[in-house]
Design a protein around this ligand. Structure first.
Ligand SMILES: [Mg+2]
Length: 97
């Protein structure tokens, strides 16, 4: 069973509302750890940060399942394309055409 299939299985087992609450909790923990890293630049917290990023990824994969993987993927592609276009405009602005 791959990561997506495992996340789908967990989501279906626990249900929508509990997993949304869990996503809020885990994303909050990840934000806190990222903030702690920026404040301290302490390389010793990299391992705990890695675990919190993993928790966040697991919960976001479940939210992707909740919202429709194809629709979320479409939104991801649209946002990445927009960012690449902005980066291209920044290069043109900096170096000229
Ligand atoms: Mg956590």
């Amino acid at each position: 069973m791959n990561v997506e299939e495992t996340c789908e299985k967990i989501f279906l087992h626990y249900g929508t509302d509990p997993q949304i609450l869990k996503a809020i909790e885990e994303l909050g923990e990840c934000v806190s750890e990222l903030s702690r890293y920026l404040r301290t630049k302490d390389s010793m917290i990299m391992e705990s940060l890695r675990w919190e990023v993993a928790d966040a990824c697991i919960m976001l994969t479940q939210m992707r399942f909740l919202l429709g993987p194809d629709q979320v993927d479409s939104a991801i592609h649209a946002k990445l394309a927009r960012t690449l276009a902005r980066m291209e405009r920044e290069v043109i602005t900096f170096f000229g055409e």
